[in-house]
Design a protein. Sequence first.
Length: 229
Amino acid sequence: MDTTRRKELLDAYDDLRVADVRDGMDMLLLHGYGSMDPSIRPLYRTRAHGIAKTVRYVPYKGGIPCTSPEEYKKWSRKYYGSVCTYWWIPDIDPGDFAVIDASGVNAGLMGSENSLNGIIRGIKGYVTNGGVRDTDELILEKVPFWSAMISQTMVQGRLQFESYDVPVSVGGVTVNPGDVVVADGDGVIVVPQDVALEVARHAREIHEEDKKVRRGHYQALGREPDSTV
């Protein structure tokens, strides 16, 4: 996707809520598509949107060597270099949203260090059907992250890298590279790239009308306006 197209899509979804986008999808009769399963939840209340950077990991198929702790450390380091690799992180473009199909495995594929590495490169958020760990640090670091579970484990003996920039399935939604991902406290929704601008147009109209009505409620209640209105 070229830079102009990326900016157009990112700008179109700026400030839109998941609820607005869901309503915009419904306007195009896409009722059964886009919303990830409610089990995919944020680590903390935040909002993010971006262009889908899709990644797939599968359950580890090999064995675990019977070694001493020192030998295990060596095997563990090699595991990251040859089995559960992160080749997709150096390939991140600013504005990407990482969509990680971890095959539902309860393992901490992402944590406080490698998630920040992605943020440095321009990642806007992460979503996975697997686990995430170091969650207290991730919350303090304000890394936007949605996951199916919180995990304690590392990936050794549990996950191996399969591919990236391919169609993946996360939260019951097929996500293609270049789709638009919007996430907030209501969960995660995915918009196919080919209808993304039309969905955003309808969502924007709904959002602005909602803000207008709620501004009236704020006035009636004597509340000071905030960013939501």
